[in-house]
Write a protein that binds this ligand. Structure first.
Ligand SMILES: [Zn+2]
Length: 160
């Protein structure tokens, strides 16, 4: 996670800090190494959100395109009390999820039903092959700025 609470303030990870997870309120510790992007991790190893994907520079770069107060927003279903951390939730309540690894279609549906108003941003440049296939698979842009994607490459993520 990019953010945790330290002394009541929502802050980014810095070396040798501990904080509180904004979602489950359990203790998190800063992980500030050379190889992995600086982040917060639950002390108990297991994340509180089974949908959480390990963050890469790609995830962080996308999140950073949005205001800090929209990033990593805990969303709770009022009935089931299920709780998940949206990568981005806009002030209008639209959730944006950044997906880099392959994901089971059952989970895709579960997330869409949970967040209701959401869009996916999928990494189409993860491998060189994906990148070129993405451009070939994408139809021409329509007047409204959208294009159809008919995937035929080997990427399981796009196939799903
Ligand atoms: Zn947590």
């Amino acid at each position: 996670m990019k953010y945790a609470f330290v002394g009541g303030t929502r802050v980014q990870a810095e070396p040798k800090l501990s904080g509180i997870c904004p979602s489950c309120k359990s203790e998190v510790i800063s992980k500030c190494g050379k190889h992995v992007i600086w982040h917060w991790a639950h002390r108990s190893r297991s994340s509180c959100d089974p949908w959480w994907e390990n963050e890469t520079a790609w995830h962080r770069g996308w999140k950073n395109r949005f205001p800090a107060e929209w990033q990593e927003i805990t969303h709770q279903d009022p009935v089931s009390r299920d709780r998940h951390i949206a990568d981005v939730k806009t002030s209008h309540g639209v959730v944006v999820e950044f997906q880099r690894s392959t994901i089971d279609p059952v989970e895709v549906t579960a997330r869409e039903q949970f967040y209701k108003r959401m869009v996916w941003v999928i990494d189409g440049t993860r491998s060189e092959l994906d990148s070129s296939t993405f451009n070939i698979s994408r139809g021409t842009l329509r007047e409204d700025g959208l294009a159809q994607l008919k995937w035929w490459g080997r990427s399981r993520l796009f196939h799903r």
